[in-house]
Design a protein. Structure first.
Length: 252
């Protein structure tokens, strides 16, 4: 039986843990060769070991412009081409506009937005050569609605959504599709850190859970089905879409 992504080659950022790890494993299970990108090499190598020959680990700091072209070149050199990019790497800074420093603002936008732009720009020539491709951006429901103490994170994810739509319009004629997945509260290292820093983690967890009509918080594996679909040819007429996977959060 043929796999949905057999013959496809892709890059997954933030692949060492959480949503990135789960998506990389799911993409590889469907036959894709994946370059795993992140800062913590030991985590990437463990994911690569779990996947096997279809994966390679490339450590890189996406806040550094010089790293972008290197990781794309290394992926193409290793696997021979490029068909999809999953921009998952991101950071969260808690605070309102008075609490956030200029350095924190710049860091969030460098990782959450600038790296998405630079990586997307770097992969376009390879996708043209392949006759098309798919760019999948992990945004957030907070790029659609605001939230307390998310005065830099929410704007950064809103920027990712509009970058997604603009690129979809610009590159649709080249058979290059660009879509955004918008998770709500998914249980990852990032969100665990938020809970652990609160005065009453159990109360915060109950509050967050209650905001989701489906009755639970998300798991990284809840995002993987849509990621596989968007990387595959099944989504050949889907571009510019902003797709919440949020347990009903936006319906409330």
């Amino acid at each position: 039986m043929s796999k949905r992504l057999e013959g496809k080659i892709g890059i997954v950022t933030g692949a060492g843990s959480g949503i990135g790890r789960a998506c990389a494993i799911a993409l590889a299970k469907e036959g894709a060769q994946v370059a795993l990108i992140g800062r913590r090499k030991e985590l990437l190598e463990q994911v690569a070991h779990d996947i096997g020959d279809l994966a390679c680990a490339i450590s890189a700091d996406l806040a550094q412009t010089s790293e972008i072209q290197r990781l794309v070149d290394e992926t193409v050199r290793r696997f021979g081409g490029l068909n999809f990019l999953l921009n998952n790497a991101g950071i969260l800074q808690v605070g309102n506009v008075e609490q956030i420093t200029e350095e924190q603002w710049d860091r969030v936008f460098n990782v959450n937005v600038r790296s998405v732009w630079l990586l997307s720009r770097a992969v376009l020539p390879h996708m043209r050569k392949a006759g098309g491709g798919s760019i999948i951006n992990i945004a957030s429901t907070l790029g659609i609605v605001g939230a307390r103490n998310r005065a830099v994170y929410a704007p950064s994810k809103g920027a990712v959504i509009l970058l997604t739509k603009s690129m979809a319009i610009d590159h649709g004629h080249e058979n290059i599709r660009v879509n955004a997945i918008c998770p709500s509260f998914v249980e990852t290292e990032l969100t665990s850190a938020i809970l652990s820093k609160s005065n009453d983690p159990d109360a915060v967890r109950r509050e967050r859970t209650a905001a989701h009509p489906i009755g639970r918080l998300g798991q990284p594996e809840d995002i993987t089905g849509l990621a596989v679909y968007l990387a595959s040819d099944e989504s050949s007429w889907t571009t510019g879409a902003v797709l919440p996977v949020d347990g009903g959060y936006l319906a409330s």
